[in-house]
Write a protein that binds this ligand. Structure first.
Ligand SMILES: Cc1cc2nc3c(=O)[nH]c(=O)nc-3n(C[C@H](O)[C@H](O)[C@H](O)COP(=O)(O)O)c2cc1C
Length: 196
């Protein structure tokens, strides 16, 4: 697939089924992730793959964390939390590893991991692998980060669900470039010219 065409047509795939991407595809996907822009080459990313039985363990974590915040959660809601990771054969947890740096604030390191995540989505799309970035209430909970083994200086930025696309492909909503892009002009100088 041509790069530009892929960038312009990529879609997320909410319905995913077996098989998961194979080792060769994952290698290509992660190599793309590692080319994300990265101020001062801090390499602020770390990725955890969650597949097979480990998804059930992650579902137990989600349910336990949800119960911590909402002890009255109904059994059906608990079951829904347990089943969340089973929506795809493979999940990639996006971990931002913050390094204190005089010129690179935390936000730039988070943005780098987000750029790596977008590279993962684009590379997956190019390979015909379905993918979708998901977060949700339990994703940002410190207990989830801790259960995943994250250190104190690490943050969980969500999960990319991956697998084989199932169902019909989503129709792209056409977006007009002009609605989102405009030439900036200095207000003060344009007011001087027009005499306003
Ligand atoms: C940081 C982040 C978190 C997201 N979390 C969720 C989520 O928890 N649930 C969800 O349905 N979509 C979530 N999305 C949106 C989807 O990943 C996806 O972008 C959206 O469905 C639009 O589809 P598209 O990528 O094909 O345009 C999230 C997107 C981002 C960037």
């Amino acid at each position: 697939m041509e790069l530009l065409q892929g960038l312009q047509q990529r879609v997320s795939t909410p319905r995913l089924t077996e098989p998961a991407p194979d080792a060769r595809q994952l290698e290509q996907i992660f190599q793309a992730a590692l080319r994300a822009p990265d101020h001062a080459r801090l390499r602020p990313w770390r990725f955890l793959t969650v597949a097979g039985e480990a998804r059930h363990a992650l579902g137990e974590v989600f349910a336990r964390v949800a119960l911590e915040d909402q002890p009255d959660l109904a059994p059906e809601a608990i079951a829904r939390f347990k089943a969340l990771p089973l929506r795809a054969p493979l999940l990639v947890a996006l971990v931002c590893k913050i390094t204190k740096h005089p010129k690179v604030p935390d936000i730039e390191q988070q943005l780098s991991v987000a750029a790596a995540a977008q590279n993962i989505l684009n590379a997956a799309y190019a390979l015909g692998v379905g993918a979708m970035w998901r977060t949700g209430s339990v994703s940002y909970h410190p207990a989830t980060a801790s259960a995943l083994g994250l250190a104190r200086h690490e943050q969980l930025l969500g999960f990319i669900y991956m697998g084989t696309p199932s169902g019909s492909a989503k129709k792209l909503e056409p977006l007009e470039t002009k609605d989102y892009v405009m030439a900036w002009q200095d207000q003060a100088s344009s007011q001087r010219v027009t005499g306003e």
